[in-house]
Write a protein that binds this ligand. Structure first.
Ligand code: CA
Ligand code: CA
Length: 597
């Protein structure tokens, strides 16, 4: 069903043929976005707040009541286009905005599941998404629904009609660029990262005027590439931070250096910093590029007003395992020795969990969060890995035939101790809830050279499981001690995001199809419901008409079936799908304030 143009900002009711009434929605403001973590009646940012904590103060669904939770509607994305559904829905004034595979967007009545409009990007044949045709969600701003496409464009749609308001080509998809991450909006600027690290692209962070799509600044994340900013109608160079070309890269390798910002970023208002992660240096064969290869496999703090890099922290200098450093950096405050610490934490693909000072990027502490790390024996006092040199995949130039370097077994596998799927932080327990995986890989290097638009790896690999009964582990981790408080094993690799609430619950889904709620202190499973296809999306919760709703996407796919080697065989019989599931408690709970344990 399509609705006709709504009169802007007028509270107008439209009666559908089904008799369902919908009130016109208000514009989303900068304040709405900045307050998002605290306001329970909407979800207007990726991460339920730009800091990315994925914590909701809602507690009606809690340890006592969750057993009565039930589905209230399910919405199908329809058609033959299924594959991985990795999106996080946003909700404003009773309307849900959600993306689906193949760069599609839907507006849905959040009370009933009825479709309001849908938008399908017309994708060219030559798109090159490395890791499935997924999308992780929209940004909302003013009257716009903004999202990135697999052919590397940003598209802004009118929130009431789904009609295109502006469209911006961010990069050339023919060179391997794509967008799969959810953009964020900070002070009227829409900010996005870019995918393509497996094709030797140059990673960047981009800021555009959210209302018009006009470029504001662009910040490359490979040392040597100049950023720029528009000032008084003129494009001005905006110098690189941290050195000139060639300081941490040999010869010309920085020109196709990767460091893709493919997972997007978070933002912390108290330090006015964007935090973006960067992927592997290209190519994977590390013997071709001696040096630290800045700013690959790093977290960078960027000034949102100018695009300048304030600080960087490199998790895997001279990466040789595809340990992309893109995983979300989540801001949180904690008390230590009577002082409040402005910290930020990240669980890296390389198997280490890092706590940083988010004001200056200084390393506070780090520890492995997986059972075994083979490539490093630990971290030094600055958080730099202590390499186990013999566990770096060998140099093909040293091989007799010059074609295949020594094979090593590396753990974690390149799909990571944790991949893109966002963790959650509970203010109540002080724990991070980390969706993680235990797996290893055979990896070796091969000669390669850069060719625009072609895979640029110089490596081969096979991912293998290390246990028969599980690969996935949902972990509760104390960031102050490094202690794992509880764990929950899962047969298939976990690939979905996590949410936690003041109701004392931790939510996530698994590829087997279950939406699950855990006790935040003990890890006990308090609720599970099978959605009919694997869950690789991120759950959200919000309040409407006095009731607490929970939504999650179901639709198996993502990188594991495509890149998973031996592991892909384990999950090959999981069925695809494309459905938004929404849950709430029965009506009788509506007016009661039910205490939690
Ligand atoms: Ca909110
Ligand atoms: Ca990568």
């Amino acid at each position: 069903m399509r609705i006709t143009q709504l009169t802007k900002a007028i509270a107008l009711s439209i009666a559908f043929s089904s008799g369902v009434a919908l009130t016109a929605t208000a514009s989303v403001t900068d304040k709405d976005i900045k307050d998002d973590a605290a306001t329970t009646d909407d979800v207007v940012s990726y991460g339920l707040g730009l800091q990315g904590q994925r914590y909701s103060p809602l507690a009606k669904v809690n340890k006592d009541t969750v057993e009565d939770l039930r589905p209230v509607w399910a919405f199908s994305f329809g058609g033959e286009k299924q594959r991985g559904q990795e999106s996080q829905p946003l909700i404003k004034d009773g309307v849900m905005y959600v993306t689906a595979s193949y760069s599609r967007v839907y507006a849905i009545d959040a009370r009933t599941g009825e479709e309001l409009w849908q938008y399908e990007a017309r994708l060219p044949d030559g798109i090159m998404p490395c890791c499935d045709v997924i999308n992780r969600g929209v940004a909302l701003y003013d009257d716009l629904v903004i999202f990135g496409t697999l052919d590397a464009k940003l598209v802004a749609l009118n929130k009431d009609t789904g009609k295109t308001v502006w469209k911006k080509k961010v990069e050339n998809y023919k060179a391997g660029y794509a967008i799969t991450s959810a953009p964020i909006v900070v002070d009227g600027k829409v900010i996005t990262g870019i995918s393509g690290g497996e094709f030797g692209i140059v990673g960047k962070v981009y800021a555009y005027d959210a209302k018009t799509g006009k470029e504001v600044w662009i910040r490359p994340t490979v040392e040597g590439h100049m950023g720029y900013i528009w000032k008084d109608g003129k494009k001005t160079e905006n110098g690189i931070s941290g050195g000139e070309a060639g300081q941490t890269w040999p010869a010309e390798l920085w020109k196709s250096g990767g460091a893709a910002t493919w997972l997007g970023g978070t933002y912390d208002a108290s330090t006015n910093s964007l935090f973006f992660g960067t992927g592997n240096p290209a190519p994977w064969n590390s013997h071709m590029r001696p040096g630290d290869n800045l700013f690959s496999s790093s977290r960078v703090a960027i000034d949102p007003d100018t695009g300048k890099i304030k600080w960087h922290f490199q998790t895997t200098p001279h990466d040789g395992w595809d340990y992309d450093g893109v995983n979300e950096l989540v801001s949180f405050d904690y008390e230590e020795d009577g002082k409040m610490v402005k910290a930020a934490a990240t669980a890296d693909r390389n198997g280490f969990f890092y706590v940083l000072n988010r004001e200056n990027g200084e390393f506070i502490r780090g520890f492995p969060f997986v059972d075994e790390v083979s490539w490093a024996s630990g971290l030094d006092k600055n958080g730099r890995p202590i390499y186990v040199e013999e566990n770096r995949p060998g140099n093909p130039a040293a091989a007799e035939d010059g074609k295949k370097g020594e094979v090593v077994v590396a753990r974690p596998s390149f799909l990571g101790g944790k991949n893109w799927m966002p963790m959650a932080y509970s203010k109540d327990t002080g724990y991070f809830y980390v969706p993680s995986n235990e797996w290893e890989m055979d990896i070796w290097n091969e000669p390669t050279s850069y060719k625009k638009g072609a895979a640029y790896l110089g490596a081969g690999f096979t991912i293998k499981s290390v246990a028969d009964d599980h690969i996935g582990i949902l972990r509760a981790i104390d960031p102050k001690t490094g202690k794992e408080v509880w764990r929950h094993n899962n047969f298939a690799p976990l690939w979905g995001g996590v949410l936690t609430t003041a109701g004392g619950l931790v939510w996530t889904g698994n590829p087997e199809g279950y939406l699950m709620a855990f006790d935040d202190k003990t890890g006990e499973v308090l609720y599970k419901f099978n959605t009919g296809s694997g869950i690789v999306g991120s759950p959200v919760t919000w309040e409407q008409d006095g009731e607490q709703f929970i939504s999650v996407l179901s639709g198996w796919g993502g990188a594991v079936p495509l890149w998973g080697g031996e592991v892909a065989k384990r999950v090959k019989d999981f069925n695809q799908g494309g459905t938004v599931w929404t849950f709430k408690l029965p009506k009788r709970y509506e007016s009661n304030n039910i205490a939690k344990n």
